[in-house]
Design a protein around this ligand. Structure first.
Ligand SMILES: O=c1[nH]cnc2c1ncn2[C@@H]1O[C@H](CO)[C@@H](O)[C@H]1O
Length: 484
């Protein structure tokens, strides 16, 4: 009898934890329950297999080692088909698959490569580009002359993807890793600043979102000037207009796509005067397009960049209709850059990018919950950029257990061979959530992404309607034996 009481208590504790965790008190319909058992059978089988063969268990591996196994996973395939709602933390220039870029954006005959002063490969459309410190090579000619066209393209792709077969070597020097990461943006800078290429790139960006069952996105973009063949330069507002036009054209063809909005994102290394200038530009952009350019953020390595607190003056008079979406606490430090989370909150940020250091700052927890400040968690980004090795140790395990307002995002999926949100959702579900977490957890993540989006009442009605429809289809498909 004593043993039985012990067992009862045990079960009660476990159940209490699961109920208090993210998605724990979501109610499932009977069809959803049936779909849930299919999902959970796959999940349990995968975990059991992983315990036997940990060397093939993706959730406990670095993504570069694990992704081949993730792709074969039944759970992953279900997640791919699942409607995931909104993509809320991504950098436009790093969101499209590197492979697609090489195959589709480097085939025009006026494209060249060269090396810049640091030896970084640069794409350029200009003959005698002043950035070049080596001879320019015509990409088309090189491709034709290559013995193996695929091999040539794989070689090019290496310059815009962080992949390495030995990711452990990246962790030795995180500063160097960030340098490699930033070099990618240098490599593609001039390629994307050519207006026709910029447009093709962003069309593809929307397609990749749709292919991953995402219906809405808020992306970070710097809106740097573009150029074209007619000597026209595009101002930040012109660039925003291009993006808006591309989005509208896309929506006309994809009726279920709800939209795209922009967060104006600028480097976190600047003088106060430079930052004041950026805020001024932001305010003009926001005044011109209040429902499209919705907020401001700072980007770049937080540990080496300037802190939010350096710019308190500059950040002091945000228009009431605009929001901050600060990156903060993307660091392994306790103190130093992790205080950015405090400043982001004091400045009334709408959401926080990463907040990787959040468990270290108990004073911030209650405010985040009370004010519903969503944390944008990007598991694979944190792993690939070297903040941790094993995603089962991700600090968001704490946020999940405590049901913090979190969303899962993907940051820069194109740069590490992910696509959309599915890989990050898979790792969140398999590595970060409790083993017992089920469809409620995944559905709650999708619902959170919608809840913490910045939408008008009308847009909100549409996104709810589309999401519910897609969710019903997803469940019906799962229960249909032909689903595979
Ligand atoms: O995780 C991140 N934290 C901070 N900045 C980032 C992250 N991912 C990308 N970028 C920044 O976005 C720019 C491209 O638009 C990159 O130059 C990089 O600095």
């Amino acid at each position: 009898a004593e043993l039985q009481a012990y067992q009862t208590l045990r079960e009660r504790v476990m159940k209490a934890e699961l109920t208090a965790s993210l998605g724990g008190n979501l109610w499932l319909s009977s069809d959803e329950e049936k779909a849930n058992s299919i999902l959970m059978n796959a999940k349990r089988a995968e975990i059991a297999e992983g315990v036997k063969n940990p060397e093939k268990y993706a959730p406990a591996m670095h993504f570069f080692h694990g992704r081949q196994y993730a792709r074969q996973s039944e759970v992953f395939r279900i997640i791919q088909k699942m409607p995931k709602g909104a993509f809320l933390h991504g950098h436009n220039t790093a969101m499209v698959s590197s492979k697609w870029i090489i195959q589709n954006l480097t085939t025009t005959n006026n494209l060249y490569t060269c090396r810049d002063i640091n030896g970084v490969l640069i794409f350029t459309y200009k003959a005698n580009d002043t950035m070049c410190h080596s001879e320019e090579q015509n990409v088309c000619t090189e491709r034709i002359n290559a013995e193996d066209r695929n091999q040539y393209e794989r070689q090019l792709e290496k310059h815009i993807n962080l992949y390495t077969a030995k990711p452990e070597t990246l962790l030795v020097d995180r500063k160097k890793l960030w340098q490699r990461f930033e070099n990618i943006f240098t490599t593609v800078d001039r390629l994307y600043k050519y207006q026709p290429t910029y447009c093709l790139y962003h069309k593809r960006l929307l397609e990749e979102l749709c292919e991953d069952n995402i219906i809405y996105a808020e992306i970070r973009a710097s809106l740097s000037p573009l150029y074209d063949d007619h000597n026209r330069t595009y101002s930040a507002l012109d660039v925003a207009n291009e993006l808006e036009r591309i989005t509208e054209e896309f929506k006309a063809k994809h009726h279920d796509f709800v939209g795209l909005k922009l967060i104006y994102a600028k480097r976190n290394q600047a003088s106060e005067a430079q930052m004041a200038e950026r805020l001024k530009t932001f305010k003009q952009l926001h005044a011109a397009k209040p429902n499209f350019i919705i907020g401001f953020d700072m980007i770049g390595n937080e540990d080496s960049g300037d802190s939010i607190s350096k710019f308190l003056n500059e950040f002091s008079d945000m228009p009431s209709t605009a929001n901050f979406f600060f990156h903060a606490g993307e660091t392994n430090w306790h103190g130093r850059s992790s205080w950015n989370m405090m400043d982001a909150i004091l400045l009334n940020t709408k959401r926080i990018g990463h907040a990787f250091a959040l468990p270290k700052h108990p004073q911030l927890w209650s405010t985040i919950k009370k004010r519903n400040i969503a944390i944008e968690v990007s598991p694979l980004s944190n792993q690939v950029l070297g903040y941790l090795w094993d995603l089962r140790n991700h600090p968001a395990t704490f946020m999940i257990a405590e049901n913090f307002p979190i969303v899962i995002s993907a940051d820069d999926p194109g740069v590490w061979g992910a696509k959309g949100l599915s890989y990050d959702f898979y790792y969140a579900f398999m590595a970060m959530a409790p083993a017992e977490a089920d469809l409620r957890f995944l559905k709650q993540l999708a619902l959170n992404s919608i809840k913490y989006s910045v939408l008008t009442a009308q847009e909100r009605r549409k996104i709810n309607r589309v999401f519910q429809k897609k969710w019903r289809e997803f469940i019906a498909n799962m229960l249909n034996p032909k689903f595979n």
